[in-house]
Design a protein around this ligand. Sequence first.
Ligand SMILES: Nc1ncnc2c1ncn2[C@@H]1O[C@H](COP(=O)(O)OP(=O)(O)OP(=O)(O)O)[C@@H](O)[C@H]1O
Length: 300
Amino acid sequence: MLEMKEVSKVYGRHQALQPVSFSLEKEGIYGVVGPDGAGKTTLLRLMAGALRPSSGEVIHTTGAKIGYVPQTFGMYEDMSIAENLHFYGQLNGVPAPEREKRIRELLDRTGLAPFSDRLAGALSGGMKQKLAIATAVLHRPGLVVLDEPTNGVDPVSRQEVWEIVRSVLREGTTVVISTQYLEGAGLCDEVFLMHQGRIIGRKSPSAFVSEFPYHVWVVRDAGSVRVEWLPRLRQEPAIAEAYARGTDLVVLCREKERVKEMLETLRRDREGVGPVEEEPASYEDVFTQAVKEAEGRESA
Ligand SMILES: Nc1ncnc2c1ncn2[C@@H]1O[C@H](COP(=O)(O)OP(=O)(O)OP(=O)(O)O)[C@@H](O)[C@H]1O
C-alpha cells in the first residue's frame, strides 16, 4: 500500500532523513520509535504525503485515501466533538447519511459518545487524541499515520488509544504510529527503530527481543550497591551495560554464567542485597542498546 524509494529529507543544511527504501505491503500496525530528533516526524510526514521529499519517491499503491494526525492536531477548539467530526467528514467528502452513521459508530468506539456536545477546547489530552484519530479515520482510509498519539496521555488513556488503533486495523486500515512509550512497541506488528535520520532496525517486536544478544541479570533490592558497583561492572568486557532501576541493579551481559558468578561473589560480601535473577530483555533495553551501538559505529 506504500512504497518509499530512496526517500530523503533535508531541511536547509540539516539532513533529517537519510535515503530510505522500504514498502508496507501487509495490513498491520507499524510502529516508529527512536530518540528525540531521530527523524520520526519527518518520516511520518513523508509517508502521509504531508511533506515533499528532497529526493526519491513516495508511492501510495492502493491509491488509498490517507488519514494523518500530526503531533499538534488542528482541532476546532470552539466546536464540539460532534461538530469537529462532521466538519472533517465533510472535508473528506463523506456523504451526509453515511457520515451520521460513521460518526455515531466512532463516538461509541472511542468512548466519546457521552461528551459529543463538549467543546474540543475543554477536552483532556487523551480525549483530544481519541477525537483526532476518529476524525482521521472517518473516511475509512487505507492508511492512517499517527504521530505520537499517546504523548502526554495518562497510562489508562494510552491503553484506550491503543485499543482504538487495533479497532482501526480490524476495519482494514493500516496504521503507522510513532511513540516514545516503548510499552506500545509490543503492540505493533513491526517496529522501525530510528536514529539520526536512519532506520537502524525493522523487525517484529518479538524478533527485536529474541535476537537481542545479551542476557539480563537483575540484582534485587540492591540498595547502595546499585550505584557503587556500576563503575566496576561497566569495565567488564562481558558486560554491555549496567544501570540502577528502582531498587534493583540491572546488568546486560554476554557471558551469562560467568557474570552471574561475579554478581554472586560481589553480593556475598554485602548484607541485605537480594537474589540475582534472570529477566527477559525489555523493549527499553533492546532499543537503547541498539541506539548506543549505532552511535558507537558512527563515532568509530
Ligand atoms: N522544519 C525544520 N527545519 C529545520 N530542521 C528541522 C525541521 N524539522 C525538523 N528538523 C530537524 O530534523 C531532525 C529530525 O526531526 P524530527 O522532528 O523528524 O524528529 P523526531 O524523531 O520526530 O523527534 P521529536 O520526537 O523530537 O519530534 C531534528 O534534528 C530536527 O531538529
